[in-house]
Structures are given as C-alpha cells and as structure tokens.
Design a protein around this ligand. Structure first.
Ligand code: NAP
Length: 302
C-alpha cells in the first residue's frame, strides 16, 4: 500500500484525513513538531515523523519513501517569528524541495476557496503564494479549495454562547457564505488520494448550505432550543481596528480583517455539486452538522 505523509497531522483537519487514510489501509506518516500530539493516531498505526516546515533536514527524512503528501499545515494562529507571513511560504518551499528530491509522486494541498493575492487578509495572501509554490513545484499537484468550515464558524458561535457572551455578528450579518464540514473536506482529500490520475487541478469544494451569519445563529438557537443575544460589529470598526491593532496584536488584527472580509460580500460557491457528484459524496448541511453536536456541548466544541 502507498505511504502518505500528512503535513499538518496534529491539526483539526489533518487528524481526520490521517484517520480516514489509516482506516483505508494506507501507510500514513504524520509530520509533527511535537510527535506526542500524535499519540491517538500512533495508537491506530500512524508513523510519527518529528519535523518542522522550517527544518529542511527533518523534511527530507519525512519525505523518504513517501508516495503522496497531503498538506494542511499552516500558521494561521502564529504571530511574530511564527507568523504565516514568516513561516508558510518558506516552509512550503522547503517541503516541496524535499518532496521533489525524494521522488514524491503527488501533493494534495488544502488551500481555501475565494482567496487571492489581493485579498485584504494577510493569511489569505500568504495562502495564495503557497498555492503558487505548490503549482510551480514540479511535482504533480491537486489544490483542494474548500469554502468556510461549519466546524469553525458554528464552533465559534457555540463557544461564545456557552461562555455567556453574545454571538458576534460581523457587519450587518446579511452577506452569505457557503459552508462545508471539515469531515467532508477530509473525505474529499481521501478520495483524491485514491485517484492518482488526478493532477494539475484546482478543485473547489463546498456544501449545500449557503447562509448568512444571522441565519447561522438562528439555526444554532433552534438547535439549542433557546435564544441567543447578538452583538454586531460594524465593518468600519473591523477594518479600522485591524489596521490600528496590527502593530500590537497581529492575531487580533488577522481575525478582524477576516471578519471584515467575510462580511463585506457574498461568498457563494454555487458549483459545489460538481465536485460532490464527481467524487460521489453528499456533503452535510448546516442542520445535519448541528445534529451531530450534543445539545449540551459546552464552550469550545467544534
Ligand atoms: N477554517 C475554515 O473555514 C477554512 C476554510 C477553507 C480552508 N481552510 C484551510 O484548511 C486548512 C485547515 O487546517 P487545520 O484546521 O487542520 O489547521 P490547524 O488545526 O490550525 O492545524 C495547523 C497544523 O499546521 C501545523 N504546523 C504549523 N506550523 C508548522 C511548522 N512550522 N512545521 C510543521 N507543522 C506546522 C500544526 O502543527 P503543530 O501541532 O506543530 O502546531 C498543525 O498540525 C488550513 O490550511 C486552512 O487555511 C480553512
């Protein structure tokens, strides 16, 4: 069976992809800066590989005898020396060089839908540059571009409500976004791993739910069976705030810029059925995702 290296195996999505590939009998190697964080997957047969995107020698070892790479690693939460602006482009350049030297046959990289070099969020501009690093690596590649993760956006609202805070609504809360569950993103990735003939393709993936922030909070209220307070943060506050706080708090600035970006325009992905049909997958709705969450789930779920 093929060996697949997961770069990002300790992350929320990387863990699920690793689990799915292990279930299907692949030899799965997980890159981790701290392999202790892989204990659950190691118990299921994952081979840990201590490594860092910024350490080329560790990547050379991790790529040895590897057929494919699935990459989800990213520094969204980082700032200062660990900022995505400092780590991700250099890190993926290192990873692709190590993969090429080791003869890796393909990389399936998880990017994001709707981002580009001019997106007003530093992390998204970095992601667009990473996409370019992958495309120009000389290794057959697939770029998987998911819409917003239900887990993240529903998790954020549940955390706020669970902590007794109002649900934050960016802007007027009326612009819509397409949503997909992380487990569906993982399933797309696993099905692509099984189709080695797919290469040189950017694949947009989303789900049946296209909702505004207000719709999402209403669904969560109906799931919990109780009303939730809302707090609207005007676009101008998010945009100006992002600029003002950036020198002192890069991460808060990133969240504010992302909030403004998500609230400024509709983020539809009306062609979501194309990939769903192609890979014979029925992505979850927001209601279906909520039904998987126990009603008493406390802060932090998601
Ligand atoms: N959230 C959304 O709505 C959304 C939408 C579309 C696309 N996406 C994309 O989907 C992907 C989701 O990934 P995720 O949720 O699994 O991310 P995550 O939970 O934040 O995990 C990040 C992973 O990157 C690893 N990493 C960071 N810096 C590293 C370095 N220098 N060397 C090696 N590993 C490093 C982390 O390892 P450590 O354990 O060592 O920290 C961790 O495994 C991201 O690329 C995201 O941009 C998200």
């Amino acid at each position: 069976m093929e060996r697949v290296l997961i770069a990002g195996a300790t992350g929320a999505l990387g863990q699920v992809i690793a689990g799915k590939l292990l279930e299907r009998g692949y030899r799965v190697r997980g890159l981790a800066r701290n392999p202790d964080r892989l204990a659950n997957l190691v118990a299921r047969g994952l081979e840990p590989a201590r490594g860092d995107l910024l350490d080329p020698a560790s990547l050379a070892a991790a790529c040895r005898e590897t057929d494919q790479i699935v990459s989800t690693a990213n520094s969204f939460m980082g700032s200062g020396a660990a900022s995505p602006t400092k780590v991700d482009v250099a890190g993926y350049t290192n990873l692709m060089a190590a993969a090429k030297a080791a003869g890796v046959r393909r990389v399936v990289h998880v990017s994001a839908y709707g981002i580009g070099p001019d997106t007003p969020v530093d992390y998204f501009r970095v992601k667009a540059r990473v996409d370019e690093v992958i495309r120009s690596s000389g290794i057959p590649w697939v770029l998987l571009k998911p819409s917003a993760f239900l887990d993240v956006w529903i998790g954020m609202v549940l955390t706020e409500i669970g902590a007794g805070r109002p649900a934050r609504i960016f802007g007027d809360g009326r612009r819509v976004s397409n949503y997909i569950a992380a487990s569906d993103v993982a399933e797309f990735a696993a099905r692509i791993v099984a189709r080695p003939e797919i290469a040189g393709e950017t694949i947009d993936i989303g789900g049946p739910s296209t909702l505004s922030a207000l719709d999402l909070v209403a669904l969560i209220e109906s799931h919990l069976g109780r009303p939730a307070a809302r707090k609207q943060i005007p676009l101008i506050v998010l945009r100006l705030g992002a600029r003002l706080v950036r020198p002192f708090n890069e991460l808060l600035a990133r969240f504010m810029a992302m909030g403004a970006w998500s609230a400024a325009a509709d983020r539809r992905l009306d062609h979501w059925r194309a990939a769903a049909d192609r890979f014979q997958l029925a992505p979850m709705t927001a209601e279906g995702y909520l039904a998987t969450i126990p009603k008493g789930a406390g802060p932090g779920h998601g």
